[in-house]
Design a protein around this ligand. Structure first.
Ligand SMILES: [Zn+2]
Length: 90
């Protein structure tokens, strides 16, 4: 597995495909266009920034992966060595 920065994903829950258009993957974008035309037109009428906010609202927050919030003990001592820590860590 590669530790690449994650690209935007489809905002439909349980769909982890890459985002294609309007925050949706290819399939879900066409599903929206053909089955939810009013929602599609609503998104279409929005500015890019407003649409981004709207898509963020429908995106289910993902659990952070361990490597995103938990540095290894080696990494912590490396950071303390680099920045001096808080002074009372001996
Ligand atoms: Zn999708």
């Amino acid at each position: 597995m590669k530790y690449k920065r994650r690209k935007a994903e489809c905002c439909v829950p349980n769909c982890a495909l890459p985002s294609f258009c309007y925050g949706r993957c290819h399939a879900h974008f066409f599903d929206l266009k053909s089955n939810h035309i009013s929602e599609f037109l609503r998104l279409k009428a929005m500015s890019h920034a407003a649409r981004k906010i709207e898509i963020a609202k429908t995106t289910v927050p993902r659990e952070p992966q361990p490597w995103e919030y938990e540095p290894s003990p080696e990494k912590i001592s490396e950071l303390i060595a680099q920045f001096g820590g808080n002074g009372d860590a001996k």
